[in-house]
Every structure is written in C-alpha cells, then in structure tokens.
Design a protein. Structure first.
Lengths: 149, 79
C-alpha cells in the first residue's frame, strides 16, 4: 500500500506494473481498478499550455492517508497505490493515479471511485493554469465527478 | 500565557494577501477565526476559505494551542 507525491513526470502504466510485480500478492486479487487523471490542453473555453500544482507538504500526505484508511475500513482492499504530481506540468502528462486491488470487481470499482472523489474534495492540491495568452489563473473549483450531461 | 502560532497561507489566498506565513504571538483561548483577524486586520476572510490546524481540517471556532500550525487556503482543486 503506497502513497506518493511525485515532483517529476511519471508513466502510470509502468508504475502500476512495477508496483504490482513487487508488492501485490499474486493469486489473491481478481480485480484491479485503475484511474488516471491527465492534464488537458483546454479548460473553460481557453487553451491551456501549462499548469503548476501547489500542495501543502505534510497535510497532503496526511489527508491522503486518511482517505485510504477510510477506504480500507469500508472495502476489503488487498492493496492500493496513489500517485499525485506536483510542480510544473504540461498537457498530456498524468496528474493522478489511483489503483486498487481486490478479490472482486465491485469492491475495486467502488473503492477507487471513493478514493478519487475524496481526493478531489479534501486533498490539499491547487492548480494554477498558464493560458496560451500567457495569463495565469487559479482553478477555483472541480467539476462534479457524478454529473451526467 | 502568550502563545506562538505559525500561520500559513496557500495558493490564491497566498497571492491575495502577499505572503506565505506569519508567526503570531497570541493569548490562550484564541480561535482560528480570531487568528485570521489578528494576522489580516485589513482583509476580510474570503467566504470559501478552508482552515486547518496541525494539518487537519477544522471549523473556524476551533481554539488553538501554543505551537499549533494554523493554515488558511481556498477550496482544493487537485486530481
């Protein structure tokens, strides 16, 4: 079970594969649910060419541990991996990875969704966008993860 | 007894008030809300401001203790 704050770009697929081979007990898991959040090059009608992700060192890790503990209490998780970027980010780079290993798919889907939504609403990260016009602006709110168009 | 409280600001709130932290001397029994007003007498706290003490979320009426780290920041936008 691991939580990582990552100042450099990472390949989520490689991270998942390495972590699973090294840490997740073979033969026990029947379901792996993976969520990867990636930086877009547009937001709210504007072209975005870069982003800076600020966090609160110490509190960010503490809140992520709390979220993971609540998920562990609610679902029979065999393992989980949370990775979140900080610092300067470019479009198409991964921002967040949540992977959950369980015996059955329902728990994997539900726990990974819970972790992701809780992270979006309580983990202290803040995005500042750099637009194509060179204007900088703070992102002020997240989209609703459950909204249906 | 006088207490020493570290106050930290993040993201757009840090930009808005123009600094990232304060060290305040305060008396016992002071709340998080009162800490804001001690540190920012000329600025109202934005409506959506979140507060933490020692890296846990708290309500604004929470009392602080000597050595506590108080933080103020806007709604989070990670993920």
């Amino acid at each position: 079970m691991a939580i990582k704050i990552c100042p450099d770009a990472f390949d989520p697929w490689q991270v998942i594969q390495s972590y699973q081979c090294a840490s997740v007990q073979a033969g026990k898991f029947g379901a792996t649910s993976v969520f990867i959040g990636t930086m877009r090059d547009f937001n709210e009608g504007d072209q975005v060419k870069g982003m800076f992700l600020e966090h609160y060192p110490g509190m960010t890790e503490k809140q992520l541990e709390k979220i993971a503990s609540k998920a562990k209490a609610q679902w029979p998780l065999l393992d989980y991996l949370l990775v979140h970027r900080v610092g300067a980010i470019l479009p198409n780079e991964p921002i967040v990875l949540v992977a959950v290993w369980t015996a059955h798919r329902g728990d994997a889907f539900d726990a990974s969704r819970y972790i992701m939504e809780a992270l979006k609403s309580t983990a202290p990260f803040w995005k500042k966008e750099l637009l194509h016009s060179d204007q900088e602006r703070w992102v002020t709110k997240n989209t609703d993860g459950y909204a249906v168009d | 007894m006088n207490m020493s409280i570290k106050v930290r600001y993040f993201a757009s709130l840090k930009d808005r008030i123009g600094r990232s932290e304060d060290i305040l001397e305060a008396s016992e029994g002071i709340s998080v809300q009162a800490i804001w007003h001690r540190a920012n007498a000329d600025k109202a706290m934005p409506d959506n401001t979140l507060a933490a003490v020692n890296m846990d979320y708290v309500d604004l009426d929470r009392l602080v203790k000597d050595g506590d780290e108080v933080a103020f920041f806007p709604p989070v936008t990670g993920g």
